[in-house]
Design a protein around this ligand. Sequence first.
Ligand SMILES: C[S@@+](CC[C@H](N)C(=O)[O-])C[C@H]1O[C@@H](n2cnc3c(N)ncnc32)[C@H](O)[C@@H]1O
Length: 301
Amino acid sequence: MDGSIIEHTPVLAGTLAEQIKLPSDGVMVDATIGQGGHSLLLGKTLGPEAVIVGLDVDKNAVRRAQIKLKELACKVIVLNSNFSRIGEELSGLGIEKVDLILADLGISSVQLADSGFGLSFQTNMPLDMRIDKRLKRTAADIINKSDEKTLADLIYEFGQDRASRRIARFIVRQREIEPIKTTGQLAQIVCRAFSKTKRGRRSRIHPATRTFQALRIAVNDELENLKKLLASTANLLKTNGYIAVISFHSLEDRLVKNDFRENGKSGIYRIVTKKPIVPTREEIKENRRARSAKLRIAQKQ
Ligand SMILES: C[S@@+](CC[C@H](N)C(=O)[O-])C[C@H]1O[C@@H](n2cnc3c(N)ncnc32)[C@H](O)[C@@H]1O
């Protein structure tokens, strides 16, 4: 599937456009360009002298964003690259400083629905989870090859699931019978681990949600990449330039909050959002993916 049927609705896009005013000849980096939704909205305020540099690890997203952003007056350069390499990519383009770095973390609705990514527990897909297909290790490799303790630690650390040991035990028991190759198999195993418990009967979220989150973070090295992006940002922003990050779980949000706080203390950033901005009830009703989003913005002093 090429993703042309599923649309991705950008989260908190209106709020972002209200908060951030770019000069008409500004330079912005959309570090997670995805379907180009945020860039399209912000790019409409930019003139022909302005530049948008987009990055994405998914080469199909790069292609789709390039097409979507063709209508803009400004220059658009989209690279198939990891945002952990933002400094190298900008210097390769001869760009020293920018007016905005935006990161809308995680995955798009298009990727979630695409069986080539193997991310969904709602539909049965090969258990892959690599957003960047240049990566070597899939989620199936981790699930079938890691020892029980490593699995439990991973589910605990990246999934924040207190039942991590129980889940790991069920996974190891099942993979002795047959290898776990699909998202459906894994989701069923996790459900079975909870079938006789309160969580199995009453949980608000699918019992496998946290295990899937943990695996996706591990496969794509998401937290380390975010740390590298945050560490590069202050040096790449012009005075009064913005860093804006939309995160979808507390592990990401904590990294952003702490980075802004540290840079705030040393006078490098002014924190624009004292508390993170969250979507309205209306936005969540229209776009369920928005329900856990948090937007934080800081401005270089
Ligand atoms: C939530 S989507 C972004 C959607 C986009 N803001 C829009 O409006 O269409 C996140 C995107 O970030 C990409 N991504 C995730 N981690 C990345 C990384 N470390 N470097 C670059 N892109 C990344 C994903 O492939 C995905 O396309």
